[in-house]
Design a protein around this ligand. Sequence first.
Ligand code: NDP
Ligand code: 8X3
Length: 250
Amino acid sequence: MNNRTVFITGATSGIGRATALLLGKNGFRIIAAGRRTERFEELKQELPEGQVYTLEFDVRDKVAVKEAIQSLPEEWKAIDILVNNAGNAHGLSAIQDGDTDDWDMMIDINVKGLLYVSREIIPGMITRKSGRIINIGSIAGKEVYPNGNVYCASKFAVDAISQAMRIDLNREGILVSEINPGMVETEFSEVRFKGDKERAAATYKGIEVLKAEDIADIILFVVTRPAHVNLADIVVFPAAQASAAINFRK
Ligand code: NDP
Ligand code: 8X3
């Protein structure tokens, strides 16, 4: 079952990092991608030697995505599982006040980045007639919430792409799952609020939200199901949350 190779985007932080660690500790070979290379060293130290291969690229740069994936050494080229996790929210404003640079970032990273990485990795899976793709969507891709507009749109796109991938890749023997978390305490809100740690912390104040490790645990469960089982679409909330915008139990 293990000794399979997992490619994880956004492995330098939050959900991606927790997934790299958990899957790595469970014997999977990890290709960890991200931009903050200084964080790769720490990841390497926490996993057995030779179990992690790291790749630096910005998912928005389609040439860099291609070159990085094509640069993988022969023994790392056969990717069994792709976790499309890199992504973030940038800003939280009413549509009429939105910053167009923030909009570009969310669409370029969360939607186009996911597509570029997938486009480069899927052909190898098709040749081997096997593979799993896990797309990290969001409850924001199922329900729109106030001021979430373009972030929600980017995650609705991830939902549509996941459904489309599942159909197109079914005949190729590739299984596609989408995991849609509610609130998870990571660097997500710090990025959304452009480094304002106080505002980020206020998002989770008084609520017990999910941890990155909770999502990693679900990813491990999904990828260790027998080959005839596909968990296609999962929504996961903290117990205190019941929708994207309302019903927080404090
Ligand atoms: P973090 O901010 O902790 O991690 C985001 C990761 O994405 C980082 O590793 C970052 O790496 C990577 N990333 C961001 N931009 C780029 C880029 N341009 N190129 C390459 N990598 C990039 O957030 P989370 O762990 O919370 O987010 C992971 C995923 O989970 C996202 O898709 C997010 O939308 C989704 N999600 C998060 C929820 C939450 O409440 N936290 C809830 C639902 C979904 P680096 O900066 O090193 O490149
Ligand atoms: C992140 C979840 O609801 O904070 O995708 O936007 S939410």
